[in-house]
Design a protein around this ligand. Structure first.
Ligand code: NAD
Length: 227
């Protein structure tokens, strides 16, 4: 029997983060959600490193981190994107993730056990047209995961990412039927994924059963991924 683990789930009030929080609680973990939206256990903007440090310190011991806070950013041709849109997208999807990860890693290393799972995306592997900032930000998450996974490989802290295709969450609620049909047509299973399916993969990635994977990117795409 594993000891009770304490987890922080960023973006934990919606979509994939919420599904992960529900699943981890059901599995017996103590879960603290970090979000800017109402309903979070801790209201904190991951873009603010000082606020993140203070929030993590108040939580105390953190065994598990799920980085799910994220935004889509500009959905338009690359040439029409603005520097401000790029900055905003990277501030949340990359620097926000870095701030929370930096705040928890030293304690995990000291205790010799930790699990970090970050939401990358198929967009970070494949590149989705008209989502240049988002795709680039998710490629950055993959690069960070690979680097940190190798760096911490002998510490007991395992760092992995997942790359979902389209999952039915509020993030995709504003997609036009045409865009959704196109994205679904890329998926050999012919359907979008469910948050609970993602949470099931994450539950394994943060468990004691995970023992020989780090710096890896797990596909959850109904067969869309080709590498
Ligand atoms: N849904 C998909 O199809 C899909 C596919 C691939 C990857 N992802 C990634 O999974 C993650 C979760 O996506 P989702 O579909 O659950 O999205 P979502 O919009 O349902 O949830 C994202 C959450 O992040 C929070 N958030 C945004 N900015 C924040 C900030 N600055 N500080 C703290 N919290 C903030 C939001 O308030 C929201 O609760 C994202 O990183 C997303 O890029 C989603």
């Amino acid at each position: 029997m594993s000891p009770t683990r304490r987890a922080i789930v960023t973006g934990g009030t919606s979509g994939l983060g919420e599904a992960c929080a529900v699943r981890l609680r059901a599995d017996g973990a103590e879960v603290v959600t970090f979000d800017v939206s109402p309903g979070a256990d801790v209201t904190v903007d991951v873009r603010d490193p000082a606020a993140v440090d203070a929030a993590v310190a108040r939580v105390g011991t953190v065994d598990i981190l799920i980085n799910s806070a994220g935004i889509v950013g500009p959905n338009k041709p690359f040439a029409d994107t603005t520097p401000e849109e790029w900055r905003t997208t990277f501030d949340v999807n990359v620097f926000g993730l870095v701030h929370v990860t930096r705040a928890v890693v030293p304690g995990m290393v000291e205790r010799g056990w930790g699990r970090i799972v970050s939401m990358a995306s198929m967009a970070g592997k494949d590149g989705n047209p008209n989502l240049s900032a988002y795709s680039a930000s998710k490629a950055a998450v993959i690069g960070l995961t690979k680097s940190l996974g190798k760096e911490l490989a002998k510490t007991g802290v395992l760092v992995n990412a997942i790359a979902p295709a389209v999952i039915a969450t509020p993030m995709n609620a504003t997609n036009t039927p045409e865009v959704l049909a196109h994205l679904t047509s890329l998926i050999p299973m012919g359907r979008v994924g469910l948050p609970e399916e993602v949470a099931a993969l994450v539950a394994w990635l943060v468990s004691d059963e995970l023992s020989f994977s780090t710096g890896a990117v797990y596909d959850i795409s109904g067969g869309r991924a080709t590498y």
